[in-house]
Design a protein around this ligand. Structure first.
Ligand SMILES: [Zn+2]
Length: 381
């Protein structure tokens, strides 16, 4: 989807969540006053980065992981499209230099909402050469190293393979992926993986290169449990965004219940892939709340006896009749698909909704909000 295809209703500088018709939608079902993390967003690509940050603050977000790519700093088309370049800004300016300004502006927006005391979310950076840009590795790698040494950088990514768009030749994608996995290990940083239509090869490369001890996130997982399994075996964290809320994504919802709770993460990939019921709009970091709410549904929270509405698998998917499917409640659906999951029983035994949400938040902080590594603090090559 091209960026200008998004319907954007944020011109009013408000924090409401609106669907593609501009209608304000109620927030997702979540416990009060929980902390949420978006472990993968692209703040600069949103229509109004300061507003994106202010909205996240308003909605109680504590942490955002802003993903950047040195090969895209010169992407002036994007900036022009968005009309977001300040007249005096250098078109190639990276997020690293823009963040202070966005935060200052975000505080002004919050003050305008009568919320000057609301704290801004903590924002860390991911930096990596995206598989789309692998062909630009030579031009980007010096800046990559420079930014990896920035103490705000907490992750190498997104890196991986994208065989859907094939914007870089596949052998080049593989080589640049492998090189960056090696750099992450040397730097002691976790990685964030973008994998599209190349999961088997990605697993092979991860096995050959080794998974960074600091952690490995499979970003935006949207497939089934069988595809997920080898990544779980490799010890990966799995991040779920908008796609887990899509009507047809029931296999992804089942897969989510296979992830050990201490390796579950929430994210958006803003400005892409807005969740239900906001599909077709620009995705913003605060939309993570909808994916988190869906994870609660997957794990059997959200009230016993409540029907799963349109989010259950179709009867034919389960080999049951239409009538039987109608009688299926959320909790039964969760049990039907997750009983073999070791954490599910523990969940039902005592972890309440709030503790579940806090666990996911702490997963994000433990992985992505760590002190700079000795490599990062060392000599810049
Ligand atoms: Zn992304």
């Amino acid at each position: 989807m091209a960026l200008d295809d998004f319907k954007n209703f944020d011109a009013a500088l408000d924090y409401e969540r609106r669907n593609s018709k501009g209608k304000v939608k109620p927030g997702p079902a979540l416990p009060e006053d929980i902390r949420i993390a978006d472990t993968h967003c692209h703040i600069r690509m949103t229509a109004n980065p300061a507003l994106s940050i202010a909205r996240a603050a308003h909605h109680g977000f504590g942490f955002l992981m802003n993903m950047t790519d040195p090969a895209e700093d010169e992407d002036t088309d994007l900036e022009a499209l968005r009309g977001k370049i300040a007249p005096d800004a250098n078109p190639g300016t990276a997020d690293y230099e823009l963040l202070d300004g966005w935060e200052q502006e975000a505080r002004g927006i919050l003050a305008g909402w009568g919320e000057p005391e609301v704290p801004l979310p903590r924002i860390r950076f991911g930096v990596g050469v995206h598989p789309h840009n692998a062909r630009n590795w030579d031009a980007a790698k010096d800046v990559l190293f420079e930014r990896l040494h920035d103490p705000r950088t907490a992750c190498l990514g997104e890196i991986g393979l994208d065989y859907h768009y094939d914007l870089s030749p596949r052998p080049v994608q593989r080589e640049v992926f492998a090189r960056q996995l090696g750099i992450a290990q040397e730097a002691g940083l976790p990685v964030s993986l973008h994998i599209r239509e190349a999961h088997d090869e990605a697993v092979d490369i991860l096995k050959a290169c080794g998974v960074s001890e600091a952690g490995c996130i499979v970003h935006c997982f949207n497939l089934d449990a069988a595809t997920l399994e080898p990544f779980l075996e490799l010890g990966c964290h799995i991040a779920f965004g908008g796609p887990i809320t899509f009507r047809k994504s029931w296999e992804t919802r089942v897969a989510a219940t296979h992830v050990p709770i201490d390796r579950l993460l929430t994210e958006t990939d803003a400005p892409y892939m807005a969740p239900e019921p906001l599909r077709g709009t620009e995705c913003l970091p605060d939309h993570t709340a909808y994916s988190l709410s869906m994870l609660l549904t997957c794990f059997g929270y959200h009230g016993e006896g409540e029907a799963l509405a349109g989010f259950a698998p179709r009867p034919v998917d389960l080999g049951i009749s239409r009538k039987e499917a109608k009688a299926l409640t959320q909790i039964e659906w969760g049990r039907a698909h997750a009983l073999e999951h070791p954490d599910f029983a523990a969940l039902q035994a005592g972890l309440d909704e709030r503790a579940f949400c806090e666990c996911l938040y702490q997963n994000a902080l433990a992985l992505l909000d760590r002190e700079p590594t000795s490599w990062q603090e060392g000599e810049r090559a």
